[in-house]
Design a binder for this molecule. Structure first.
Ligand SMILES: C[S@@+](CC[C@H](N)C(=O)[O-])C[C@H]1O[C@@H](n2cnc3c(N)ncnc32)[C@H](O)[C@@H]1O
Length: 254
């Protein structure tokens, strides 16, 4: 996987691929479902994830126009990255990787036998897709593209399944996962939130500031049993599952 990120021009990092790959490995084998990638560019994340999919015997469904980004809406022409103090601009045809280029890269560096290619803009291809998924990985730059992916793929994601997105430092991308009105209107459910919103998961240090990346994720309907209950009693957090020793003074108080 490290080699692949050196050999193929990439929009995402090796560490981000590892985070997604290890999540796939943790999903129980008897949970039915494919892995979905939306936004593949030259195919580096697809090549890397295909290696893991082959290992756990799952299909990798790859969606892309294979002709780069569509024309941006006014909202998507300019994105704000507060944590990086950057403004990103986009235009039609950027991030173009052709189907031949992607197939060729996966042939050389991945596992083509587990890959399935869905060519076209998402609003044309995703409505016809009906397979259950255990993990969705979306790296699509635009809010409008992300909305299409969430609208059609969230209902196919298994409970406890993972939805990863890139560009999570962009206000326009992160805010979707907190929009009460959008989730109610489109999926009749509450917004799930997004771990890493605004700064990304902390994989590398952002100069003079904090740990960050472009990757974030959320989980669909997580099983509440798997969560630790942490009662809050006044100003101090008490974790019932932790094994720290109480001092005699604290014992007296409690
Ligand atoms: C940043 S690139 C993906 C980078 C890639 N995951 C990597 O790791 O190198 C964004 C991709 O999303 C695709 N894309 C964005 N919006 C799309 C849409 N509405 N329909 C189809 N493809 C789209 C572009 O064609 C492009 O390949």
């Amino acid at each position: 996987m490290i080699r692949n990120n050196r050999k193929i021009i990439s929009g995402s990092t090796f560490i981000e691929h590892i985070a997604i790959a290890t999540t796939i490995l943790r999903i129980p084998k008897d949970t039915e479902g494919v892995v979905v990638e939306c936004g593949t560019y030259k195919g580096v994340s697809a090549a890397n994830l295909s290696l893991v999919c082959a290992f756990v015997n799952r299909k990798l469904e790859i969606f892309d126009s294979f002709e780069g980004l569509p024309t941006p809406s006014r909202q998507d022409a300019v994105h704000t990255l507060l944590s990086r103090r950057e403004i990103h601009t986009y235009e039609r045809g950027a991030w173009n990787g052709t189907l031949d280029e992607v197939k060729n890269n996966i042939q050389k560096y991945g596992r083509p036998d587990v890959c399935y290619f869905n060519k076209g803009f998402f609003d044309q291809t995703l409505p016809n897709f009906k397979q259950k998924a255990i993990l969705v990985w979306v790296d699509v730059d635009y809010r409008s593209s992300l909305e299409t992916c969430v609208k059609y793929l969230w209902p196919l994601l298994q409970d406890g399944g993972y939805f990863f997105t890139h560009e999570v430092e962009h206000s326009e991308i992160a805010s979707l996962f907190f929009s009460e009105s959008w989730w109610r209107e489109n999926l009749n459910t509450a917004p799930p939130g997004m771990i890493g919103a605004g700064t990304g998961l902390g994989f590398k240090i952002l100069t003079g500031s904090h740990f960050s990346s472009s990757l974030g994720y959320t989980i669909k309907n997580p099983n509440k049993q798997a969560f630790a209950e942490v009662p809050q009693i006044g100003g101090m957090k008490v974790n019932l599952s932790s094994s720290f020793k109480l001092t005699s003074c604290e014992k007296g108080r409690s």
